[in-house]
Design a protein around this ligand. Sequence first.
Ligand code: AN0
Ligand code: CP
Length: 315
Amino acid sequence: MKHFTSVYDLPSLQQGLEEAFLVKKNPYGFQNLGKNKTMILMFFNSSLRTRLSTQKAAQNLGMNVIVLDVNQGAWKLETERGVIMDGDKAEHLLEAVPVIGSYADVIGVRSFARFESKEEDYNEVILSQFVQYSGVPVVSMEAATRHPLQSFADHITIEEYKKVDKPKVVMTWAPHPRALPQAVPNSFVEWMRQTDYELVVTHPEGYELSSEFMGDVKVEYDQNKAFEGADFIYAKNWASFNDYGKILSQDRNWTVSEEKMALTNHAKFMHCLPVRRNMVVTDGVIESPDSIVIPEAANRVVSAQAVLKIILEKL
Ligand code: AN0
Ligand code: CP
């Protein structure tokens, strides 16, 4: 595996899971792999979990880690080729990326959708320049269209908590006051489609995700119906894809509540975090014994370490 930007980069789903459970059991067993290797984490956007868990994962493997918050202390970066740089941007990604690559053995990149242009976001203008011009393996730490380290951790978590071979996994849209990217839901659906779980997606009309990610996954517009018999409820807000970046609803009837959870098969509640309480999910649900958001977040170290182990073994 050279880069890790989606589920398709893993050698196989099965091998990914095996590596994950191996590093989970023996986190410090592979410290020689990262000796004298440097990982640079580039954050174009905020983060709590990804910043800490990816750093921890790299350190568990013996790597050195450098974190750069692009918006705090680095030069403002131009991302588009051909512009006359007479504005506030002092440096172009086309120089910055190979320079960063010359200091790093692996680069992690967080670059959210900017909602300025659907085409720009869905072409992954920032991530793809790192892949193309850094000369080293690149790991997506949530790009414009996917969050594969999150989806991988979600998969590991479902494997750990499932009570039947093929659980019913329901991804539900939930209200939020700000426009959020489609990366987490796109990536979750794309990842789940590689498993043999039963996947159902539920959201209000207008929140359809790109068909590139959805394929033939079932959409149930009635949230109550979707929740019936669910073993896992995966909540997430996203902004409209068709009416790109727009908030079409803030309907709190879609908040995941105790009443909604009562419709399920005693489902576990999941969310990638950060989550807005009493918008996306009630206090009662997220604090209930069925909420697995903390072990889910803890598995972010595991997914990142499995990915880095596979990359380092090929360096
Ligand atoms: C981001 C998102 O929805 O993509 C990051 C989630 C991991 N969330 C927020 O910006 C609140
Ligand atoms: N789930 C997740 O990626 O969280 P952060 O945005 O805090 O990294």
